[in-house]
Write a new protein. Structure first.
Lengths: 116, 111
């Protein structure tokens, strides 16, 4: 299996809702990432997990809460979001640099999030 | 931190022409230089990459060249086809397990 999968594909939520985005990979990658992508912009890194430990948080607001329950799964918990958080949320995975990985990141198809 | 600049922001060519996109980076320690392609509504996908110990790499119609002294690397697409129309991002590393994406180049190939 050489794919990263994400669910749901689309999500509409109100500002008081709590929801979660899910990401899964079975390539044995030990680095996993969350990116946010606005229209006509590059992916913007949010979080990096290395061996199931959070290694990078790019000063993301606490209304976004990542979780890595095991080496194949990555979640992003959402609470009290704002309309400006509407975007495509991309998950990615790669070999970890500790394992001699080359930084090639494999992206999931993304979740298109709309906050009303 | 790492500073990445990508040019041009848009590029329009006729089918069969060549296209060149340039990426300039600031971190002299960078040793891995990838290019990603993102078609409309799709995920970014790696199309070619190069390591710092070589100056050029080719894969059919695409190639990447690296000038470490000048700190830039370029994507070359020859004999462009309509299916090459997409946004292309350079993404040199910006630290451990971290890529810094350029602003992107929107390539349009007209039949």
């Amino acid at each position: 299996d050489t794919e990263v999968t994400q669910t749901p594909k689309h999500l509409v939520m109100g500002m008081t809702n709590k929801k979660s985005l899910k990401c899964e990979q079975h390539m044995g990658h030990r680095a996993m990432y969350w990116y946010k992508q606005k229209a006509k912009k590059p992916p913007e890194l949010m979080f990096v997990y290395s061996y199931e430990k959070l290694s990078i948080n790019e000063s993301v607001p606490s209304r976004f809460s990542p979780e890595c329950p095991n080496s194949s799964l990555l979640n992003l918990h959402l609470h009290a979001l704002q309309p400006e958080d509407s975007a495509l949320y991309l998950c990615a995975s790669s070999q970890d640099r500790l394992a001699g990985g080359n930084n090639e990141q494999f992206f999931g198809p993304g979740t298109r999030l709309t906050v009303l | 931190g790492e500073n990445v600049e990508q040019h041009p922001s848009t590029l329009s060519v006729q089918e069969g022409d060549s296209a060149v996109i340039k990426c300039t980076y600031s971190d002299s320690a960078s040793n891995y230089f990838p290019w990603y392609k993102q078609e409309l509504g799709k995920r970014p996908q790696l199309i070619i990459d190069i390591r710092s110990n070589v100056g050029e790499k080719k894969d059919q119609r695409i190639a990447v060249t690296l000038n470490k002294t000048a700190k830039h690397f370029s994507l070359h697409i020859t004999e462009t086809q309509p299916e090459d129309s997409a946004v292309y991002f350079c993404a040199p590393p910006g630290g451990y397990n971290k890529l810094i994406f350029g602003a992107g180049t929107r390539l349009a190939v007209h039949p």
